[in-house]
Design a protein around this ligand. Sequence first.
Ligand SMILES: Cc1cc2nc3c(=O)[nH]c(=O)nc-3n(C[C@H](O)[C@H](O)[C@H](O)COP(=O)(O)OP(=O)(O)OC[C@H]3O[C@@H](n4cnc5c(N)ncnc54)[C@H](O)[C@@H]3O)c2cc1C
Length: 306
Amino acid sequence: MRLLAARKLTRLLSDRAEFNIPFSGLTTWKVGGPAWCLCRLHSREEAKAALAILADSGVPFMVLGNGSNLLVSDLGYEGAVLKLEGRLAALEVKNDLISAGGGVLLGQALRESAQAGLSGLEWAAAIPASLGGAIAMNAGSMGQNIGSVLERVDLLLSNGDVVTLERDSLPPFAYRKSNLPPASIVLGAKLKLRPGSAWSVRRNIAANTRLKRQRFPFNYPNAGSVFMNPEGDYAGRLIESAGLKGKRWGNAQISDVHGNFIVNMGAAKADDIYRLIVMARDTVKEKFGISLDLEIKLIGYVEPET
Ligand SMILES: Cc1cc2nc3c(=O)[nH]c(=O)nc-3n(C[C@H](O)[C@H](O)[C@H](O)COP(=O)(O)OP(=O)(O)OC[C@H]3O[C@@H](n4cnc5c(N)ncnc54)[C@H](O)[C@@H]3O)c2cc1C
């Protein structure tokens, strides 16, 4: 079945179906073993057709955005990894609306919004996400999030249907959760911003970028915050109070700049990072009785229990 699926994917995508591709080149942590097949999808039709092939052959799939919140095991992923490119990564600005494919990087949306003098996305400065990933995770910063500027979302559901959810029919977004239908793919979205001045939008983006570069360890590969903040506290503060800042395992380190970041000091294994995640979670639970929930997504690992 796999061989047949491989043939069909190659017929559909030609050299945009690539086999045995390491996740270390696809994630911001720069770790992770090979994906069975990386499918670079350029249109909705291709996305639907690829999904049908995978469903027929029983091959599992996952969607990859910019890989900025993913820990994939050193053994890799025995399934298809769907990446949105081409028309699924195109962007258009019209009046106060940005229409973009799920594969567009937030950085590009931010640049285009600044050029058009549109305000409302400045908080996203220095977040290396794709729009689809940001929506799936309800990415946010500085008290704002992507959910609050969404006007509509186009989804490819696991049964192959494409549906459009307008603002009023979107599920309630929560802290780092979009509550979109399980296994749905964000093909594209419309963001509604506010008219402002290009100069002040650019100034705010630059100020937010500076602030984040001061606070977070951007000098080593990382995946942003590893844990969500528990009610009324900060995961980074708890990990620091537990004495774990700077703790190393192999070539990974709980950052000595911010306790909620784990950095790849060079050639770290995914397992090194996973060990530090388990250590941080267990130690915080033992010392403070607080269970930290993961913000990052794990592929090939079980969620550590405390
Ligand atoms: C330096 C740095 C700073 C960061 N700062 C922040 C921050 O301030 N705030 C914040 O919220 N996050 C931050 N992050 C984390 C990360 O950027 C966000 O979680 C982001 O939403 C992940 O987007 P992605 O495209 O990289 O998704 P990925 O990491 O590729 O995937 C994350 C999840 O989204 C799913 N997904 C991806 N694309 C789609 C799609 N098109 N349709 C459906 N599901 C999809 C994946 O299957 C996976 O489950 C930071 C990360 C880094 C490395």
